[in-house]
Design a protein around this ligand. Structure first.
Ligand SMILES: C[S@@+](CC[C@H](N)C(=O)[O-])C[C@H]1O[C@@H](n2cnc3c(N)ncnc32)[C@H](O)[C@@H]1O
Length: 311
């Protein structure tokens, strides 16, 4: 993040902030820390300032100061709009977080919504919706798009479903999706707080969404229950090489194939296929991911589903 203005009206604080940023631009993070620490003593309740101090202290190699700054931000803003918990986690030898905070995801994507498609699709070569669309059967029935964002997935499979519903945390993203006029229903929901209702879906899809969730057990077990008999579950993750899931420097999570297999089996999926692919670019490099298509949830009195094969 880049520095924000305080609303303190204290010109001397704003001047210190400018100076700290100037020091950062010159890679003098030690000096920037000292200046920002001094500024924060005048505006101790300013959450964004603590997060910025934590970031700069991390770059300066002052991890104790960084931890202290992120902890102060979290104490002032327990909902964690700035993602201080993720930044703090990256300083720990072993990660403690299992998701990106809901308030952080919502404010990040609310800010990003209007330029999401130009940045991601045009500049970063994002192609996950098309990729998923190309491996799914032609007729999709009733679809649920988890983390639907601006509705690119709905657009990629337009004409192939009887109905499509989208859930997302960000109202800004949902407003963009609404403008497309493709979805019958769009609802603000946290994927980690979904309740099971009587509604069942023939396809549940999550395109580039699980990168904001580390522990997928809860949402995948919800999906297994919310699928109609022989319904399909299709999603992507960034490919991780450690055993479970890993929080990356990008503040996204990566998941290993072994973890996904274990979890899909535990959730009762009778057949699934996992393929490696490229999801998009990040700073010029390909981001490697996994495309997963799962089917045939075994229920107590069911026999196993048919084996799934990519279309
Ligand atoms: C990278 S965008 C992808 C959007 C869309 N699926 C696409 O392919 O264009 C990730 C989306 O996931 C949503 N998201 C992340 N975590 C979420 C959660 N826990 N519950 C609901 N939505 C979430 C974000 O708000 C954002 O719109």
């Amino acid at each position: 993040m880049s520095i924000l203005r305080t609303s303190s009206g204290d010109v001397s604080v704003d001047r210190r902030l400018d100076y700290a940023e100037l020091m950062c631009a010159e890679n003098d993070f030690g000096a920037a820390c000292e200046i920002l620490e001094d500024a924060m003593s005048r505006v101790p309740d300013w959450v964004a300032g603590w997060v910025r101090l934590g970031e700069i202290a991390t770059k300066a190699g002052k991890s104790d100061l960084a931890k202290e700054a992120f902890e102060k931000a979290l104490a002032l803003d327990p909902a964690d709009h700035f993602g201080a918990s993720l930044r703090l986690d990256l300083l720990r030898p072993v990660s403690l977080t299992d998701r990106s905070p809901a308030a952080h995801v919502a404010s990040l994507f609310d800010q990003y919504a209007a330029k999401f498609e130009t940045s991601l699709v045009q500049k970063l070569g994002y192609r996950v919706p098309e990729l998923l669309a190309s491996v799914l059967p032609e007729q999709l029935g009733k679809v649920l798009d988890l983390g639907c964002g601006t509705g690119l997935m709905g657009q990629a499979i337009e004409g192939r479903f009887s109905e499509i519903i989208g859930y997302d945390l960000s109202n800004g993203m949902l407003a963009e999706a609404r403008r497309k006029g493709i979805y019958q229903r769009l609802e603000q929901k946290d994927l980690l707080a979904l309740e099971l209702t009587d509604e069942r879906f023939d396809l549940i899809v999550a395109a580039d969404v699980f990168i904001y969730i580390g522990a997928l057990e809860r949402v995948i077990s919800w999906v297994a229950d919310a699928l109609a008999p022989n319904g399909i579950f299709a999603f992507t993750v960034e490919e991780g090489h450690e055993k479970g899931y890993t929080l990356l420097e990008s503040h996204r999570y990566a998941h290993s194939e072994v973890y996904l297999r274990g979890m899909l089996e535990a959730a009762g999926f009778g057949s699934f296929e996992i393929r490696a692919t490229t999801l998009r670019k990040d700073r010029g490099a390909d981001v490697r991911g996994l495309v997963v298509i799962a089917q045939g949830v075994r229920r107590a009195h069911d026999s196993a589903g048919e084996d799934f094969e990519f279309a």
